[in-house]
Write a protein that binds this ligand. Structure first.
Ligand code: FAD
Length: 408
């Protein structure tokens, strides 16, 4: 076994899991070792803030593959094992339990970890973060007998937790430092609409408001806001963002800058080291800048692309980024990559929450968002990918068929 070529994948989640599957499916017959800090086999995180939070009927549906799959494919799963150091010179990954792993090729897929909130009382029982299946189960169990939940942060995780909690009948308060919810992801105009959606559904949404402390006698009972208000709550969920999981790579000699810096073939500047998923800050050849994406489709597709690159079969990875978010009965889909400065044009009926928002720069579509408008979002994706010139009039007019504009 010792002299068989070995590919070590660190991070046994979506990017790492899909990469390991692809290595085998594409004919690699050496050792594949998948090292993961969590004790669960690879699973998908999107259901955690949605179905899993609302019901325990869905826990088994999150896994990428049946438990038997990894043995069948001879993929060595080392779960509950954390990589602690990378020794590049000797090609060794050191771990916190069991023997170190020597590699011929290494894929870094350690994703992202939650940003901690450093305020008094943040370690009280009843205060949660949401990143893992274990977190989702713990929040669900704690919410079982709760009446009031407080959510810190109105980004995607916070907004989805708020929606799922309202759907379970809980009283929900959301604190958000920024003046608009989901502002970083969606911009002001659409963020404000989401603010209305949550308020219409009974969320007490407090904008421009931070948190000063969690309080309670042995368990969470109250939150004190930055402006001095006191809010009673039984459970709190903190969703104030994530950061790339690169601690174990510090001092390894790899270039680290808001993640692991890689090129469009998921390669590092040193041979035989690759990165994919939430941890990768990669060069996007058509956007012409680096990008670190914290969304499902990228982790999945970049994991596959990195595996192909490891095997020498890669094409440059240059997708039109995509993500979705489910809140209440609304599915939001977003394609492209906008900045705060882009012009926004609407199509459809904002009042009935079935609309599109287009983000334009110099007469080209750079991003588009649809609420319950699935086919139009796919057409917008093609318009962005192909750089088709478009006008505001065309985009705002329901009579103009986006699929025809996109050349289909
Ligand atoms: C609650 C929630 C809901 C989401 N909903 C959506 C959604 O609706 N739409 C969407 O597009 N995206 C969504 N996402 C984002 C999406 O799930 C992530 O982009 C995706 O999980 C990233 O996959 P990854 O494999 O790159 O990293 P991760 O999923 O972060 O996995 C990294 C893995 O590496 C492990 N690890 C870290 N350090 C080490 C180490 N040193 N040694 C060994 N293992 C290590 C971690 O424990 C983890 O299991 C959601 C995320 C969360 C948390």
């Amino acid at each position: 076994m010792a002299d068989r070529e070995t590919i070590v994948v660190v991070g046994a989640s979506l990017a790492g899991g899909r990469a390991a599957e692809t290595l085998r499916a594409d004919g690699f017959d050496g050792r594949i070792v998948l090292i993961g800090a969590e004790t669960d086999r690879p699973y998908e995180r999107p259901p955690l803030s949605k179905d899993v939070l609302r019901s325990d009927a869905n826990d088994e549906k999150v896994f990428l593959r049946p438990a038997t799959y990894y043995d069948e494919q001879v993929i060595e799963l080392r779960l509950g094992v954390r990589a602690t150091r990378l020794d590049l010179a000797n090609r060794i990954v050191e771990v916190d339990s069991g023997p170190p792993e020597r590699f011929d090729k290494l894929l870094i897929a350690t994703g992202a970890k939650v940003r901690p909130l450093r305020v008094p009382g943040a370690d009280l029982p009843g205060v949660f973060y949401l990143r893992t299946l274990g977190d989702a189960r713990a929040i669900r169990a704690a919410s079982e007998h709760a009446r009031r939940i407080l959510v810190v942060g109105a980004g995607f995780i916070g907004a989805e937790v708020a929606a799922s909690s309202r759907m379970r009948g809980l009283d929900v308060t959301v604190l958000e430092m920024l003046p608009v919810p989901l502002q970083r992801g969606l911009g002001d105009a659409v963020g404000r609409i989401y603010g209305e959606i949550h308020r219409e559904r009974g969320v007490d949404l407090r904008l421009g408001e931070g948190i000063a402390a969690f309080r309670g006698h042995g368990r969470l009972e109250q939150v004190i806001t930055a402006s001095g208000a006191t809010i009673d709550c039984d459970v709190a969920v903190v969703g104030v963002g994530v950061q790339p999981e690169i601690d174990w790579l510090v001092g390894s000699g790899l270039t680290l800058d808001n993640g692991v810096v890689v090129d469009e073939l998921a390669r590092k500047n040193v041979p035989d080291v690759f990165a994919a998923g939430d941890v990768a800050n990669w060069w996007h050849p058509t956007l012409g800048h680096r990008l670190r994406v914290e969304h499902y489709e990228n982790a999945q597709n970049q994991g596959v692309a990195a595996a192909k690159s490891i095997l020498g079969n890669a094409e440059p990875y240059a997708p039109v980024p995509f993500f979705w978010s489910d809140q209440y009965d609304l599915t939001l889909q977003y394609v492209g990559h906008a900045t705060g400065e882009d012009e926004v044009v609407f199509r459809g009926d904002v009042a009935t929450r079935k609309f599109l928002a287009f983000y334009l720069r110099h007469g080209r579509l750079v991003a588009a968002l649809g609420i319950n408008r699935f086919r139009d979002v796919s057409a917008a994706r093609r318009l962005i990918r192909d750089g088709v010139p478009v006008t505001e009039e065309q985009l705002s007019d329901e009579q103009v068929d986006l699929r025809r504009l996109a050349g289909r």
